[in-house]
Design a protein around this ligand. Structure first.
Ligand code: MG
Length: 465
């Protein structure tokens, strides 16, 4: 279940975390909870038309049915969009006529998890204050209740994945890609990408090799987070087929990560930096939005291309909100979540794949050469155990003792001439995460160790009874 905010324990802990209500299905996330949340969302959507979608997890149909019953009891006209990528449902909302949407998915989490997220009429994640309105209905049980003759039938909304793919194809130079005769391996992670990625790639004129491309909520291939460990099969296939590019999507296919033509995994901050710089140069400037945890390489490349970076708290809804506010040309996260605002203001893994193929086609260079242009930084990640009860105090004391350039956008980030270090309380576990980045590995290690020691000392001092 989503953890309460780090700042103490509110009387009613938030249901929604950074990306919906998450938990182990039938343990935390029961049909009873889903029904009640459906009633709360139906009340919030004032009985309007609601698009319901989900990923191929084993427990998704069960939870969708419960959510649908709750929405319908509030008088909503529930349209079931079937199974597909999160961004496909979000894109469908652009057709209008919906009060909002609800997507049953746990994205990249292990197979026993599931999640429920509410999205607005424009497809974007609801801002926190809107989620709080849903939570208030949930807790107070202040539900809208339709009379028996106002309850609408549940109906299907077919063709969503198709319309979503058409919209992507319309944004991409298909001929440029088709001329190159690319061989592309796509790992669908047995998730929502099975319904779109292999088909879109074929329509782009690529020779497509797809792996883990049968939807299966048990995730038999590997878990659905596109980490290097889960890309082992993809790497082997890229080498075996002599492919030009490998791509892997997470469980709900809103993110994409790449493997170059040599079979080398491309970390998400590098693809983010490449895409950001490309869009800024096409637009001749503009703002790129990314969380404070992103690599300095993103800012280096965006600046060199004539743009500017704005940093936010971690979490794609926050990135999207800042993009909307500032009219940004692009945004993204180091985990492979890229946001193309002219398409939609949410992460879109499939457009990211098509974008990179178009870029490779136009540059006439292999992926490894594009990656080689990204400035190299060393990263060190470590953590410090800390009881939830003193996290806020520890962070405040830590912040007060830091000198130099201190950024408190999310946690505490200290920037000096060698690099930066970010100290953040975990939202889900009793610990602090420490990320450091510098030009040299030894320097990053030194930065991380120094701040880790500071936090350990504060935890000892403030944790004393
Ligand atoms: Mg996801």
């Amino acid at each position: 279940m989503s953890a309460p905010a780090a700042s103490g324990k509110p009387a009613r802990p938030p249901l929604f975390g950074t990306n919906g209500v998450r938990g182990v299905a039938n343990v935390d996330l029961t049909p009873e909870l889903a029904l009640r949340l459906g009633k709360a969302m139906g009340t919030y959507f004032e009985g309007g038309r609601v698009l319901l979608g989900g990923d191929p997890r084993l427990t998704t149909p069960m939870l969708k049915a419960a959510v649908a019953a709750g929405l319908a009891s509030a008088g909503c006209d529930v349209r079931d969009g079937g199974v597909g990528p999160t961004p496909a449902f979000q894109f469908e909302l652009h057709h209008g006529g919906y009060a909002g949407g609800c997507i049953v998915t746990a994205s990249h989490n292990p197979p026993e998890f599931n999640g429920i997220k509410a999205v607005g009429a424009d497809g974007s994640e609801l801002p926190r204050d809107e989620e709080e309105r849903i939570e208030a209905h949930y807790h107070d049980q202040s539900f809208r209740r339709a009379t028996w003759d106002e309850v609408k039938p549940l109906s299907q909304e077919p063709g969503i994945n198709e319309r979503y793919m058409e919209a992507i194809l319309a944004r991409i130079d298909r001929e440029a890609i088709a001329r190159r005769d690319f061989t592309v391996v796509v790992d669908c992670s047995n998730g929502a990408a099975c319904f779109t990625a292999p088909f879109l790639l074929r329509r782009l004129g690529c020779k497509v090799v797809s792996i883990n491309a049968q939807p299966d909520g048990a995730f038999p291939g590997h878990e659905s987070e596109p980490t290097p460990e889960h890309a082992v099969q993809l790497i082997a296939a890229v080498k075996a087929f002599g492919a030009d590019l490998g791509c892997i999507q997470d469980g709900d296919a809103d993110r994409a990560v790449f493997v170059d033509e040599r079979g080398v995994y491309v970390p998400g901050d590098k693809s983010l930096a490449i895409a950001a710089a490309e869009i800024v140069s096409r637009k001749r400037g503009g703002i790129v939005v990314t969380p404070v945890s992103s690599s300095q390489a993103v800012e280096d490349m965006v600046k060199a291309a004539g743009g500017k970076v704005t940093y936010t708290r971690v979490g794609s809804p926050t990135v999207a909100a800042e993009m909307r506010r500032s009219g940004a040309v692009f945004g993204g996260e180091e985990n492979g979540g890229l946001l193309f605002p002219e398409h939609q203001l949410v992460r879109d893994g499939l457009l990211a794949i098509a974008f990179f193929l178009e870029l490779l086609a136009k540059r006439g260079k292999p992926m490894s050469e594009l990656v080689a242009k990204v400035p190299r930084y060393a990263n060190v990640k470590t953590k410090v155990p800390c009881p939830d009860a003193i996290k806020t105090q520890v962070l405040e004391r830590f912040r007060a003792t830091q000198t130099g350039k201190v950024d408190a956008t999310d946690g505490v980030k200290i920037v000096n001439e060698h690099g930066w270090v970010l100290v953040r309380p975990s939202g889900t576990e009793p610990l602090f995460r420490v990320f450091a980045e510098a030009k040299e590995e030894a320097e990053a290690q030194k930065l991380a160790e120094a701040k880790k020691a500071d936090i350990e000392r504060l935890v000892r001092e403030l944790g004393k009874p």
